[in-house]
Design a protein around this ligand. Structure first.
Ligand code: AMP
Ligand code: TRP
Length: 336
């Protein structure tokens, strides 16, 4: 990535954030804000597909903002805002819907997964979820989008709409945005329950470590993590649940410890209880400063308000510049 680029990403306010959100998305935000023009937001409109309770929604928007700040997103470097505060986004969503085809949206793997999980709530907002996400990204004419691996199909559609818009109107308004991850390519943070993705919806709460989990809860969840019956002889391939624990250990800063346990595994002398104790200790240490800052920001609603007010202004300025180009390209021009 050379030169100063525009970066956009968002997280849905659907509850407590976990290590998957942190290492899949938020950690990148902190890294990128020093070098690039960054826009990070709370995707409250996207959360509406599941009809959240209004009070919960408001609480979760606040929590997501608090976590951004507590994780080190700096409002003096990056623009932080709430999606619904930028009316240019739904406007762009309308235009993009005209070039988004039903078939390609129906084929999107995340849509297929959602209709399997909730066959009773297949609303139009769910089908066009990737179009709204494209509007979020294209509204700032972004070059990079730091997200977890699960979002790649959406990003592919965003690239399609950018290209399609430019071709249809013979302009080059939108760059084709690319995914970004500090480890080289987007990752999937695994769960503690043997599942490949830590997630609130997919797996049970036991498999998820929330950023706000107190030390005793972290300890309990990790000590109960799924393992296997252990290597029966030297040099056996490492099974998925153990690989997952090693991945988590590396992410929370236990690189050396993870190498040690891999060696032990190869020699078939590994003790899973030691691996779990080390993972619990490293995770608790990792979470401690974030949790302290979460408490500080939760007790400072005035600061949150200031951050958002400043963010809305900067986000709308950028959005309005894009919309002038978009409306002009489409032919929506003022007669008066
Ligand atoms: P969501 O909570 O679905 O809005 O996700 C917010 C961000 O966290 C997105 O960039 C996701 O890709 C990312 N994310 C969520 N769970 C994981 C996971 N287990 N591994 C990696 N990234 C994740
Ligand atoms: N769809 C993303 C998720 O579920 C959230 C999101 C909405 C997003 N708009 C975005 C992510 C724009 C990156 C860029 O996690």
């Amino acid at each position: 990535m050379s030169g100063r680029k525009r970066v956009v990403s968002g997280i849905r306010p659907t509850g407590d954030l976990h290590l998957g959100n942190y290492f899949g998305a938020i950690k990148n935000f902190v890294e990128l804000q020093d070098k690039h023009e960054c826009y990070f937001f709370v995707a409250d409109l996207h959360a509406l597909t599941t009809h959240p309770n209004p009070d919960n929604l408001a609480q979760n928007v606040k929590h997501t903002l608090v976590v951004y700040l507590a994780s080190g997103v700096d409002p003096d470097k990056a623009t932080l805002y709430v999606q619904s505060d930028v009316p240019e986004i739904p406007e762009l969503y309308v235009y993009l819907n005209m070039i988004a085809y039903k078939g390609e949206l129906e084929r999107c793997p995340t849509f297929k997964e959602k209709i399997r999980q909730h066959p009773d709530n297949v609303n139009a907002g769910l089908l066009t979820y990737p179009v709204l996400m494209s509007a979020d990204i294209l509204i700032h004419r972004a070059h990079y989008v730091p997200v977890g691996k699960d979002q790649l199909p959406h990003l592919e559609l965003t690239r399609t709409y950018a290209r399609r818009f430019n071709n249809l109107y013979g302009v080059s308004v939108f760059p084709e945005p690319e995914p970004y991850h500090f480890l080289g390519e987007p990752i999937k943070v695994p769960g503690l329950d043997g599942t490949p993705k830590m997630s609130k919806t997919g797996s049970s709460e036991k498999g998820v470590i929330f950023l706000t989990d107190p030390p005793e809860v972290v300890q309990r969840k990790i000590m109960r993590a799924v393992t296997d019956s252990g290597p029966q002889q030297p040099n056996m391939p490492i099974s998925e649940p153990i690989q997952n624990l090693l991945t988590l250990l590396r992410l929370v800063g236990g690189e050396e410890e993870a190498d040690f346990f891999v060696e032990q595994y190869k020699k078939a002398t590994i003790r899973y209880v030691d691996l779990k104790k080390t993972l619990a200790q490293k995770t608790i240490e990792f979470l401690k400063p974030i949790q302290e800052r979460i408490k500080e920001y939760e007790n400072n609603p005035q600061l949150l308000k200031q951050v958002v007010e400043k963010g809305i202004e900067k986000a709308r300025e950028s959005a309005q510049q894009t919309m002038e180009l978009v409306r002009d390209a489409i032919g929506i021009r003022k007669l008066y």
